[in-house]
Ligand binder design. Structure first.
Ligand code: MTE
Length: 319
């Protein structure tokens, strides 16, 4: 299987990743950094051999300033571990990610429960540097490692009647303290969904790593969705179930507050959240000293190539 590395429309050749960053990525890619990688990884099956055998390709140059790794791994939304931004990093170390399997269900020719190693055997990994725009009006730029969602969907032969893809996060209250809370604002397990054509868009990926390493638990180990043109809450973490359906599946934040969070959740600066504007965002890390790094939010988070998915739709109604 081979992949064309898609360059987000707005990344121009002149936008060059700092050379030091780029060099360290190349080292990783060529195995020099692989020993370090193995040492930094938890003892899961997605190890060095797995990454090596999956032909990891680095991202093309981009001069979007990449959010420091330490920030992206310590300022998180993962309510299963608590609602404070630092809760996931502090409380997710007890999460067991090995063994891990994913149930493939619904309108597919090959349903079943697949070990993650089998699910992804032979999948080519690539790096994608994506902006992550949270509905809370902050954003980061993260170098993910993953593969198009389409790749695994195709493996299970979707039936012609399938119109949506539903995703479910692990439900394991004994290891996820937020799921034990009586005061939770959301119901568990966390669920999300995409229309099938959205799921097949080449920008939609399943990530298994970031910053040249396997995903830390707080970022959704061992596999999560990343849909860069939608608000971050669509990018569901620690997936254990993928179901193809004929009808629109329920989604966690929509269940919790349907007037605030829609099914589509496309980044859209012209449609405000009922309690705040979506016209701008704070690029993190930000502080008073750097003017809070306030920038204008772009339609589809700048990923204009997805616009065709929504031709003729009223985006105020389908927010
Ligand atoms: N997935 C699950 N299962 N639980 C969550 O609370 N939070 C979402 C999304 N995926 C969330 C989730 C939200 S609101 C955002 S902004 C992103 O994860 C944050 O991803 P990050 O912590 O890796 O930056």
């Amino acid at each position: 299987m081979s992949f064309v590395i898609k360059t987000p429309a707005d990344v121009r050749p002149s936008e060059i990743t700092p050379e030091t960053v780029y060099r360290s990525r190349r080292q990783f890619m060529h195995g020099v950094g692989a020993a370090g990688l193995a040492a930094s990884m938890p003892a899961v099956s997605l190890g060095r051999e797995w990454l090596d055998s999956n032909g990891f390709k680095p991202a093309p140059p981009s001069d979007e300033t990449i959010t420091p790794r330490g920030y992206a791994t310590s300022f998180n939304n993962f309510y299963e571990f608590g609602t404070d931004k630092n809760d996931p990093a502090e409380l997710s170390n007890r999460l067991t990610t090995e063994p891990w399997s994913v149930e493939i269900a619904g309108l597919v020719g090959k349903p079943g429960t697949y070990a993650i190693e089998d699910l992804m055997a032979g999948v080519d990994l690539e790096e994608r540097i994506y902006r992550l725009r949270c509905v809370e009006a902050w954003s980061m730029v993260i170098p993910w490692i993953g593969f198009p969602l389409k790749t695994i969907l195709d493996r299970f032969d979707p039936l012609g009647s399938a119109k949506y893809v539903a995703f479910t996060t692990l439900y394991r209250p004994e290891e996820m303290p937020g799921q034990r809370s009586y005061f939770s604002s959301i119901k568990y397990p966390y669920v999300e969904g995409l229309r099938l054509d959205e799921a097949y868009h080449p920008l939609a990926i399943i990530a298994v790593g970031m910053y040249g390493q396997v995903l830390p638990n707080q970022n959704g180990a061992p596999l999560r969705l990343v849909v860069p043109w939608k608000y971050g809450f669509k990018s569901i973490k620690s997936i254990v179930r993928i179901e193809l359906t004929e009808t629109k599946p329920p989604t966690t934040w929509n269940i919790s507050a349907s007037n605030e969070y829609g099914f589509y959740a496309n980044v859209n600066p012209t449609v405000s959240h009922p309690r705040w504007s979506q016209g701008s965002e704070r690029r993190l890390p930000s502080s008073l000293f750097n003017g809070n790094r306030k920038i204008s939010t772009r339609m589809y988070n700048g990923y204009d190539e997805v616009a065709g998915l929504y031709t003729g739709m009223n985006l105020r109604v389908n927010y």
